[in-house]
Design a protein around this ligand. Structure first.
Ligand code: SF4
Length: 421
C-alpha cells in the first residue's frame, strides 16, 4: 500500500495558528534519531515520509534528513507554513537536498484574516513568496487549508485566487478543523458547523474539478460531499486499506493507525455509504448527529473510482492489493454517537493507537503506554492543557530548553521509541 510515515521534526513554530493541532513542545529529533525512524519506514516498505512539526524548517537537521530519506528510497515531502521558504537560498538548498513535494498551509486569500488565523502579521506575503520560489523548482506543491468558521464562507474565492496567481498548483487539501485536539480545544470559536461549510466547499470542489485539478477533503462526512465522495481522505484510506505511522513529539509518542472510521450517528446505520465513510471525527461540543443525513447511494461506483484513480498514483507501483473486492465490507466502523454523547470518548481503533488525551480515563486503547512527565516538563507544554491561543502567544522555546529536553533515543529500536523520556 501507499503507506507514508510522518516525522515531527520539531514542535516549535515561527507562527501561532489559533487552531494548531500540534502546539509547541520542547522536543525535536536529531539526525541519529531520524536515521532510526527512516530505517523503520524502509523496512516496512513505506512509500514515503512527510516531515512536519511544529514547523519543520526550524529543524537544524532538515536538509540532512531530506537527503538521508531520499537516499534510502523514500518519497520526501514536507508540510510547512512557507515562511522560511520565502528565502530563495533556503528553498534552493532543500530542493538540492532532494525534497520532492511540499504542502504549504494557507487558509485564506485575505491578508488580514490570514494574519489573524496564523497569529502572525505578514504570513500570507511570506507564503506567496514561498510559492513563487517553489514555482522555480521541480518540487510539486499542494495547498493545505484548515476549514474553520472564518474561512468557510469563501473557500471557493480562495481557490479562484490560487488558480489565477499560481496556476501550477494542481492539488489542494482541506482539513476540516478537529475541535477535539490542540489549540482548538480551548479556542473553540474557530469551529464551523457542517452546514456553514457545505455551500462554499461544494463550489470550491466543483471549480477544481472543472479546471482539471485534484483535491482531498478530510474530516467532512460523505453526506456533505456526496458528489465528490471519492475525494474524501478517509474514504480513500478505507478503500485502499492504508496505514500511517506518526512519530509525535509529545505524549502520544509513536502511533500506528490502520482504521479510518470515527464516530457515527444512529442515522448512519441506514446509509448506503456507511461502509466507506469516515463519519464524524470526534467533534466534541461541535458534534450533533442531527447534522447527518443518510445517503441512498451505491458505494461501489465510488470504490471503483478510487481504484481507477490509483493508476495515476505515484505509489501505485508499490501497491499490493490482496482483498480489494472485500475492502468496504471489511471496514467496520462503529455507531457510537449515543455512547459519545453519554460521555464515553472513542478514538479510532488501530494497532497501538493512542487516544490523544492526557486523562487516563479518556484512553480507549488498552495498549496505550503510560507516560510520566520528566522533571523539566511543564504542564503548559502539553497540548491537552490550557492553551494560550492567540491572545497570549506561547513563550518561544530557547535553545537551552530544547537541548535540555532533547530526546536521548539515538540508536533505539522502534519498540523503545514510543515516548519522550
Ligand atoms: S455514514 Fe453517516 S456520516 Fe457518513 S454519509 Fe452516511 S449519514 Fe453521513
Amino acid at each position: 500500500m501507499a503507506n507514508i510515515g510522518y516525522i515531527q521534526m520539531v514542535r516549535h513554530c515561527n507562527q501561532n495558528c489559533g487552531f494548531c493541532s500540534n502546539p509547541e513542545t520542547p522536543f525535536f529529533y536529531d539526525l541519529d534519531q531520524v536515521r532510526t525512524i527512516v530505517a523503520d519506514f524502509v523496512a516496512r516498505d513505506y512509500f514515503g515520509v512527510i516531515l512536519t512539526g511544529g514547523e519543520p524548517t526550524l529543524s537544524p537537521v532538515l536538509a540532512e534528513t531530506v537527503a538521508h530519506a531520499r537516499a534510502n528510497g523514500l518519497h520526501v515531502r514536507m508540510i510547512t507554513n512557507g515562511q522560511k521558504l520565502a528565502d530563495w537560498d533556503y528553498c534552493h538548498a532543500l530542493w538540492k537536498a532532494g525534497l520532492q513535494h511540499v504542502h504549504v498551509s494557507i487558509h485564506s486569500y485575505k491578508h488580514k484574516l490570514e494574519d489573524f488565523l496564523t497569529g502572525t502579521p505578514g504570513s500570507l506575503a511570506w507564503a506567496e513568496k514561498a510559492l513563487e520560489n517553489l514555482g522555480r523548482t521541480d518540487i510539486t506543491v499542494n495547498i493545505n487549508t484548515v476549514i474553520n468558521r472564518y474561512n468557510c464562507d469563501h473557500l471557493h474565492e480562495t481557490i479562484d485566487w490560487f488558480i489565477e496567481r499560481f496556476p501550477f498548483i494542481r492539488h489542494f487539501v482541506w482539513n476540516n478543523l478537529d475541535p477535539s485536539i490542540g489549540r482548538a480545544t480551548s479556542n473553540n470559536y474557530f469551529t464551523a458547523r457542517l452546514g456553514q461549510i457545505e455551500v462554499s466547499l461544494g463550489k470550491a470542489m466543483r471549480r477544481l474539478h472543472e479546471t482539471g485539478r485534484s483535491f482531498r477533503v478530510e474530516r467532512v462526512p460523505l453526506c456533505y460531499m456526496t458528489e465528490f465522495a471519492h475525494c474524501s481522505t478517509e474514504t480513500r484510506k478505507i478503500v485502499k486499506s492504508e496505514e500511517r505511522i506518526v512519530h509525535f513529539l509529545d505524549n502520544k509518542g509513536t502511533v500506528r493507525q490502520t482504521e479510518w472510521g470515527h464516530l457515527y450517528a444512529p442515522v448512519c446505520d441506514g446509509c448506503g455509504l456507511r461502509a466507506i465513510c469516515g463519519g464524524l471525527f470526534d467533534r466534541g461540543d461541535a458534534y450533533d448527529p442531527k447534522e447527518l443525513s443518510p445517503v441512498f447511494a451505491d458505494a461501489r461506483p465510488i470504490v471503483q473510482r478510487i481504484v481507477t484513480d490509483l493508476q495515476s498514483d505515484p505509489a501505485w507501483r508499490l501497491a499490493k492489493f490482496k482483498n480489494l473486492a472485500t475492502l468496504p465490507a471489511a471496514h467496520q466502523g462503529r455507531s457510537e454517537a449515543g455512547a459519545h454523547r453519554a460521555g464515553k470518548v472513542q478514538a479510532p481503533t488501530g494497532d497501538k493507537l493512542v487516544e490523544p488525551a492526557i486523562d487516563p480515563k479518556r484512553r480507549s486503547d488498552p495498549t496505550a503506554r503510560d507516560w510520566t512527565p520528566g522533571v523539566d516538563w511543564h504542564p503548559a507544554d502539553d497540548e491537552d492543557d490550557v492553551d494560550p491561543g492567540l491572545a497570549v502567544p506561547p513563550a518561544p522555546v530557547s535553545q537551552v530548553a530544547v537541548a535540555t529536553h532533547q530526546l536521548a533515543i539515538a540508536g533505539a529500536t522502534l519498540e523503545t521509541l514510543g515516548r519522550p523520556q
